[in-house]
Design a protein around this ligand. Structure first.
Ligand code: SDX
Length: 394
């Protein structure tokens, strides 16, 4: 017994839940969305197709996919009144802070979900998935002081994002199929990941009856952490530091092993995977292909590969099952595309959004999860004490 709650009392609700959406096996390095393997989905689907699978539970027919795509086009614009919000953020406002605020603001302009019908879920999801893309691109253009580029009906989900990010009135952007394919793949690989920190946040906030927009906004805030989705930005900063230190790998390996040093080799390790993160393997391959297609020679890629090689052959890291995770190589691809470092976690949020919405819906309308989340604790504080009046305290 520790204090008032005994370990065998059954009070220890670990906050775990049941879900039909994603299966992870951390020992085998397996990741399945609704029963389909991540490798096949990443190679054979579009992000919109995988978003539909996560939301509805089945791969869409051609007609269902066309309908979902039409909804995404229909909801691509944000209310013009929302655009004035961008003028009131400080010039150096972090894009993740803007994203969290603007997604929460959607609640003021658009209706909440009022039934568990598939069609209504698709409409709410299309509104969020389409508008987060527009908000992300608009926030980048605003930060650059460039004119906003509006979405176009004739472009795909990912093609539209790239065009809204990089098109300029003075120099039209050419949407390259291989870049569009890579963005699709990256968004698919980030689309869901079981009960990670940000998804659990969305579920917990939503379990109190909070609307989907505000619940997603909470998930965006959780994802921002450098131990979570913020790691893809931190990886680039670490690789740049090693590069500026003339590739002094030993210095960083020593720091990572020093228990008195808070430094961690960011992009390595995972709470669940104790073998290769299957997403990292796919992203590493995409890295080589994309940089070659873009004719980009980034020294940080060579540094990343050498660091991975050192870690995989060092007993300290091998004994702790530390392998590259989803964040280790993704930033190098975004960098090659011209996406700024402070937008990397925004890309993660865009990818994770269908997963967050699916979990919010499962938790809100699912059979056995619609109770408020209430994790318990092991109490380790004082047992009951007698009160001491202030004149007797010393
Ligand atoms: C994501 O949960 C998800 O699914 C998340 C995610 C998703 O898709 O949603 O996969 C996305 O968040 C990926 C993780 C991104 N974060 C990073 O890359 C940050 C660097 N990684 C570490 O901070 C750490 O590995 C975590 C946070 C990812 C996992 O932490 P754990 O499981 O709590 O690991 P731990 O602290 O128990 O570490 C076990 C040992 C410790 O050493 P000892 O106490 O045994 O001596 O391994 C060491 C740690 O010091 N360790 C590391 C390390 N990660 C763990 N040492 C050096 N570098 C690291 N990166």
């Amino acid at each position: 017994t520790t204090g008032y709650i005994t370990l065998d009392s059954g009070y220890m609700n670990t906050g775990s839940c049941s879900s039909e959406i994603t299966f992870l096996d951390g020992e085998q390095g397996i990741l399945n969305y609704r029963g389909y393997g991540i490798n096949e989905l990443a190679e054979k689907c579009s992000f919109v197709e995988v978003a539909y699978l996560l939301l509805i539970g089945e791969l869409p027919t051609r007609e269902q996919l066309d309908h979902f795509r039409a909804l995404l086009s229909r909801f691509a614009l944000i209310h013009e009144d929302m655009i004035h919000f961008f003028d009131h953020f400080p010039p150096n406002a972090p894009p993740m802070a803007i994203l969290s605020t603007m997604v929460n603001t959607l609640h003021n302009f658009y209706p909440e979900m009022s039934s568990d019908s598939d069609e209504e879920l698709l409409i709410i999801a299309a509104r969020l998935i389409s508008k987060i893309r527009t908000i992300a691109a608009f926030s980048y253009k605003k930060s650059e002081g460039h004119p906003l580029i509006y979405p176009r009906y004739d472009l795909s989900y990912c093609g539209n994002f790239l065009n809204m990010m990089f098109d300029k009135p003075v120099k039209p952007y050419v949407v390259q199929p291989e870049v569009v394919a890579t963005v699709n793949k990256l968004l698919i690989l980030h689309a869901d990941h079981e009960q990670n920190c940000s998804t659990s946040t969305v579920r917990l906030v939503g379990s109190a009856g909070v609307n989907v927009y505000t619940s997603i906004s909470a998930g965006i805030s959780a994802l921002w952490g450098p131990l979570h989705g913020g790691a893809n930005q931190a990886v680039i900063e670490m690789l740049e530091a090693i590069h500026q230190d003339n590739n002094d790998f030993e210095k960083y390996i020593k720091k990572a092993k020093d228990r008195n040093d808070p430094f961690r080799l960011t992009g390595f390790g995972h709470r669940v995977y104790k073998t290769f993160d299957p997403r990292a393997t796919i992203i590493k391959q995409a890295c080589d292909q994309t940089l070659q297609a873009l004719n980009v020679d980034d020294p940080l890629l060579d540094i990343a590969k050498e660091l991975e090689d050192i870690v995989r052959n060092d007993d300290y890291f091998v004994s702790r099952n530390l392998y590259p995770n989803v964040d280790f190589y993704s930033g190098i691809i975004y960098r090659a595309m011209g996406i700024p470092t402070n937008m990397f976690t925004v890309m993660f949020a865009m990818g994770r959004l269908p997963g967050w919405i699916s979990h919010w819906s499962e938790m809100t309308y699912g059979s056995d999860n619609s109770r408020i989340g209430r994790p318990r604790q092991v109490y380790t504080g004082y047992k009951k004490r007698e009160f001491v009046p202030i004149h007797e305290r010393n």
